[in-house]
Design a binder for this molecule. Structure first.
Ligand SMILES: Cc1cc2nc3c(=O)[nH]c(=O)nc-3n(C[C@H](O)[C@H](O)[C@H](O)COP(=O)(O)OP(=O)(O)OC[C@H]3O[C@@H](n4cnc5c(N)ncnc54)[C@H](O)[C@@H]3O)c2cc1C
Ligand code: FES
Length: 280
C-alpha cells in the first residue's frame, strides 16, 4: 500500500490540504470519520478528519494546521512524496438525514472537513446555512466551495476583518430563523461558545471532539471524554457527540496534559535537531 500525495494545496498560512492515494480507505470512507497519519518512520500518529474521498479515483483528502512538531513535519511533504502510513476510516460516520434546516458552523482548519458534512446534509435534502469562522480575513478559505454547496454562507472572524466579529451574531440569526440541527467543527472553545448559543433555542447540536489520541481504535484510553456524565472514548464512541452534554472544561484540561513536552518537541524540530525521525 502506498500513500502517495497526489495534490498539495495551501489553504491559508500554515494550513495545508493533501489528496492521497488510498483506495481501500476511499472505498469505505464516510463524512465525519477520521484517519491516523504517520508521516515517516519514527513519526507520531496524527488524527485528521476526512475532508473528502473519491472511491473511483481511490483518493482521500485531509487538511491540517501546523500547530506542533508532527503537523510541521507533515507540511514538509510535497506532491509526489509518499507517507509511511494512513489508517482509516476510523470513528463513526456523521448522522446524515433530512432534518430540515441545518446550521453548519466551522472554525479554523476544521472548515475543510465541515464542507464534507455540508455536502452530505445538502444531498440529504436539507436547507443548509454554513458559517465559516476564522481568526482574521487572511485565514478565510474555501468560501467559493462553501457557496457552491450551501443555501447561504456567512463569515465570522475573531478580529472582525472578515464578516461578523465573533460568533455572537448567531444569537440574532437563531432568534429570527428556526434551525432543526446544528453541526459544529472547530477549536474546543469555539464549539463550546456555539453550544451555549444554541442551547436556549433547543437546537440539537453535534460537535466533533478532538481529544489527544494514540491508537484511535479504543485500546489506549487516552481519548476519554465525558458526555452526559458518562465516560466515553472519543475515537470509538465519537468523534461526534451531543454538544449540550459535553464536558468541555475536562476536554480542555486533558488536551493540555502534554503541553510542556509538545512545546519542547516543537522547539527541537524548529531548531533542526533532537527529534527521533530524520528530516527530509
Ligand atoms: C478525531 C480528531 C480529528 C482531528 N482532525 C483534525 C483535522 O482535520 N485537522 C487538523 O489540523 N487537526 C485535527 N485534529 C487535531 C490534530 O490531530 C492535532 O492538531 C495534531 O495531532 C497536533 O500534532 P502536533 O505534534 O503538530 O502538535 P502537538 O505538539 O501535539 O500540539 C500542539 C498544540 O496543539 C494542541 N493539540 C494537540 N492535539 C490536539 C488535538 N487533538 N486537538 C486540538 N488541539 C490539539 C496542543 O494542546 C498544543 O497546544 C484532530 C484531532 C482528533 C482527535
Ligand atoms: S485513542 Fe486510544 S482509546 Fe481512543
Amino acid at each position: 500500500m502506498t500513500y502517495k500525495i497526489l495534490a498539495k494545496r495551501n489553504l491559508a498560512h500554515k494550513m495545508t490540504m493533501f489528496e492521497v492515494d488510498a483506495p481501500e480507505i476511499a472505498a469505505k470512507a464516510k463524512p465525519g470519520q477520521f484517519l491516523i497519519v504517520i508521516a515517516r518512520t519514527g513519526s507520531e500518529r496524527i488524527p485528521l478528519t476526512i475532508c473528502d474521498f473519491d472511491a473511483q479515483k481511490g483518493t482521500v483528502t485531509f487538511a491540517f494546521h501546523e500547530v506542533g512538531k508532527s503537523t510541521k513535519e507533515l507540511a514538509t511533504f510535497a506532491e509526489g512524496d509518499v507517507l509511511l502510513n494512513v489508517t482509516g476510516p476510523l470513528g463513526n460516520p456523521s448522522e446524515i438525514g433530512c432534518f430540515g434546516r441545518v446550521l453548519c458552523v466551522g472554525g479554523g482548519i476544521m472548515v475543510a472537513p465541515l464542507l464534507l458534512q455540508v455536502k452530505a446534509m445538502k444531498a440529504a435534502g436539507n436547507e443548509v446555512t454554513t458559517v465559516l469562522g476564522c481568526r482574521s480575513g487572511e485565514f478565510l478559505f474555501m468560501k467559493k466551495e462553501a457557496m457552491a454547496l450551501s443555501d447561504e454562507v456567512l463569515v465570522a472572524s475573531d478580529d472582525g476583518t472578515a464578516g461578523e466579529t465573533g460568533m455572537d451574531f448567531l444569537r440574532d440569526l437563531l432568534a429570527c430563523k428556526m434551525f432543526d440541527r446544528c453541526v459544529v467543527m472547530g477549536p474546543v472553545l469555539m464549539m463550546r461558545s456555539v453550544c451555549e448559543i444554541t442551547r436556549p433555542f433547543n437546537i440539537p447540536t453535534v460537535v466533533t471532539l478532538t481529544p489527544i489520541m494514540i491508537d484511535g481504535m479504543g485500546m489506549c484510553g487516552v481519548c476519554r471524554v465525558t458526555v452526559n456524565g458518562k465516560m466515553l472514548f472519543g475515537c470509538v464512541d465519537g468523534p461526534e457527540f451531543d454538544g449540550h452534554q459535553t464536558n468541555f472544561d475536562e476536554l480542555v484540561k486533558r488536551q493540555r496534559t502534554m503541553l510542556p513536552e509538545e512545546r519542547l518537541s516543537s522547539i527541537m524540530w524548529e531548531s533542526g535537531g533532537g527529534c527521533k525521525c530524520e528530516r527530509k
